[in-house]
Design a protein around this ligand. Structure first.
Ligand code: ADP
Ligand code: MG
Length: 262
């Protein structure tokens, strides 16, 4: 399989007036083209830091991050970053929120506008194009935020706990829904979550990070024995016998390092 992203021996610390906070320690992994990777780890371990480094917003102290074998800093536009809060602007309609990125990049043209309408239609927001964000449900807002990220046509999508502001029921539906959209778009995705069930229901592979400074504890590839690829949906995964096995395995890994820090 083709490697799209290589993370090579990344370490990073924050320096503030209060001193140094090591956040990541010697992390290496690679991501294949079209792969859906989930990153789990204890709260405060450095997950968001890892995504900020991959997005090129932060520069690592040590190590390098390569997209297609070249430094990420020169190709930030190929990375789409979706945050926990949807960051939709209330004074813009949903459609105009979606066009914000192309506007900033000066790439707004009739084709992009057409694609914005198509994406909004395809993902159930066609009737809400002229609505304000506050008129949408939490799940619809997340979908709008995803469309806003997709319109820039990123090669890699970074998702930082995008569902954690939603209530449980909505969260299940929206995470399944958005997982399917990302698959359909054929994007490579990195999802940071503290919700193990979410990770197992969506990902091809899960990286388990240790507590801070995060190092890569283990990697688990997920295989579900569905007869047809089309059956491999988040909902079906949650009901499959393998789900529990993976859950227990990764749960044990996560709790092992909690005990070590006690
Ligand atoms: P996570 O996303 O896993 O909860 P973060 O990557 O946000 O963890 O943070 C890792 C550690 O780095 C935390 O201890 C946090 O307080 C610290 N940290 C994060 N951002 C900054 C910053 N801008 N300045 C100083 N320390 C930071
Ligand atoms: Mg975080």
């Amino acid at each position: 399989m083709d490697t799209i992203l290589s993370i090579n021996h990344i370490s990073h610390s924050y320096h503030t007036l209060k001193g140094e906070t090591p956040a990541l320690y010697d992390i290496s992994f690679s991501v294949n083209q079209g792969e859906f990777l989930a990153v789990v780890g204890p709260s405060g371990c450095g997950k968001s830091t890892l995504l900020s480094l991959i997005s090129g917003l932060l520069q690592p102290e040590k190590g390098e991050i390569l997209l297609h074998g070249k430094p990420i800093e020169e190709q930030k536009d190929k990375i789409g970053y979706m945050l926990q809060r949807d960051e939709l602007l209330e004074w813009r309609s949903i459609y105009r929120n979606v066009l914000l990125g192309p506007e900033i990049q000066h790439s707004l043209n009739p084709e992009v506008k057409k694609r914005a309408h198509e994406l909004l239609d395809a993902y159930g927001l066609g009737q809400f194009q002229s609505s304000r964000p506050s008129e949408l449900s939490g799940g619809m807002r997340q979908r709008a935020a995803l469309v806003r990220t997709l319109i820039l046509n990123p090669e890699v999508l970074l998702l930082d706990e995008p569902f954690s502001a939603l209530d449980y029921q909505t969260r299940l539906n929206v995470s399944d829904d958005i997982g399917q959209i990302i698959r359909r778009e054929g994007k490579t995705a990195l999802l940071v979550t503290h919700d193990l069930s979410e990770a197992i229901s969506l990902a091809d592979r899960i990286l388990v990070l240790s507590s801070r400074p995060a190092s890569l504890k283990t990697t688990v590839s997920l295989h579900f024995g569905f007869p047809k690829p089309a059956d491999d949906t988040p909902l079906n995964r949650r009901n499959a016998p393998e789900f529990k096995t993976y859950f227990n395995l990764i749960w044990k890994e996560l709790n092992q390092h909690e005990n070590q820090t006690d």
